[in-house]
Write a protein that binds this ligand. Structure first.
Ligand SMILES: C[S@@+](CC[C@H](N)C(=O)[O-])C[C@H]1O[C@@H](n2cnc3c(N)ncnc32)[C@H](O)[C@@H]1O
Length: 299
């Protein structure tokens, strides 16, 4: 693990290590709600996704817009009880407040946020969700554009920004990785947090190319809480991870037990036994949000 100097401008070549070969994080949230790699475990194992697996049915796929369906159910069908990626996408649209409660508890390592460049002009965030990262970006860029495809999440993010009196600093817009509604070379930092994966529906080659198109020469593309490190490393992305214990910080013990039942049931019993609202990521069985992969584009 390497702790680089805090960059004053867009990621100026910190001494970060390349992504170690074969070092895929285990049990990662897997961005964009992709299936955590612990899912194959038997019931009651850490990393087991919990009741989310049974929460929605194929009938719920009707909530997708045509654009969403073309990415998430390209064959026109799918079963969110067998495809956790679909279950997460339905969560964002059917129960955005529930997703927001989870994301608010799974806070980013402060090292990740402070590593990002500050005092830059333009920041573009893709897959902004309800703003776990967006709210941290305020103050780091003169202007921030938050791209998010799911309307219910955009609404929550706009409400949060307005409540914090930052509605004028951040523009929240609709868009997808593979077709970013942003000009070439327009941002000093292009960043995604727990949203990008190599799958075409959640980024893929086209999405990475789009992020790099939007980033100015000498700017930085950063993928926070990455999985598929090898995939990113072969595309020139380097890796930074920040050490130290990390816990999911729920609002209360009852909330910890409730959300664990939905999102990581394998840990619910242990959470109940511990009786604490703070639950170490190891107990939950997912990789903590302590890392990022980044590329500084040639100037
Ligand atoms: C796990 S959430 C993370 C949200 C937020 N970045 C955070 O860290 O809390 C994944 C996000 O990626 C978004 N997403 C999914 N597919 C996408 C796509 N093709 N293009 C852009 N965003 C996408 C989802 O709508 C959701 O907001």
């Amino acid at each position: 693990m390497t702790r680089p100097e805090t960059p004053a401008q867009a990621c100026p070549e910190p001494a970060a290590a390349p992504a170690p070969a074969g070092a895929e994080p285990t049990g990662a949230r897997a961005g964009a709600g992709a299936e955590p790699s612990g899912t194959g475990a038997g019931a009651g194992e850490p990393g087991e996704p919990g009741e989310l697996r049974r929460r929605y049915t194929a009938a719920d796929l009707a909530v997708f817009t045509r654009e969403e369906a073309s990415r998430f159910v390209p064959q026109g069908d799918g079963d969110p009880q067998h495809d956790m990626v679909l279950a997460w996408e339905l969560l964002y649209r059917l129960e955005p407040g529930l997703y927001d409660r989870l994301a608010s508890a799974e806070r980013l390592h402060p090292g990740v946020v402070s590593w990002l460049p500050r005092h830059v002009d333009q920041i573009a965030e893709v897959g902004a969700g309800t703003g776990r990262l967006t709210m941290e970006l305020i103050g780091r860029g003169r202007r921030i554009v938050a791209v998010e495809p799911a309307l219910p999440l955009r609404r929550i993010l706009r409400r949060k920004l307005a409540a914090a009196d930052h509605g004028d600093r951040v523009q929240v817009i609709h868009g997808f990785f593979d077709r970013l509604p942003l000009p070439d070379d327009s941002a000093d930092l292009v960043v995604a947090c727990s949203a990008f994966t190599p799958s075409p529906a959640h980024g893929g080659e086209a999405g990475l190319a789009e992020m790099e198109r939007v980033c100015r020469p000498g700017g930085c593309v950063a993928i926070i809480w990455p999985n598929h490190l090898d995939w990113l490393a072969t595309r020139g992305y380097r890796y930074v991870s920040f050490p130290g214990p990390m816990s999911v910080e729920f609002g209360s013990v009852p909330e910890a037990v409730e959300l664990a039942g939905i999102f990581y049931s394998g840990a619910a019993g242990e959470i109940r036994r511990r009786g604490s609202r703070k639950v170490p990521f190891e107990v939950i069985g997912i990789n903590p949000p302590r890392d990022l992969a980044f590329k500084v584009l040639p100037g």
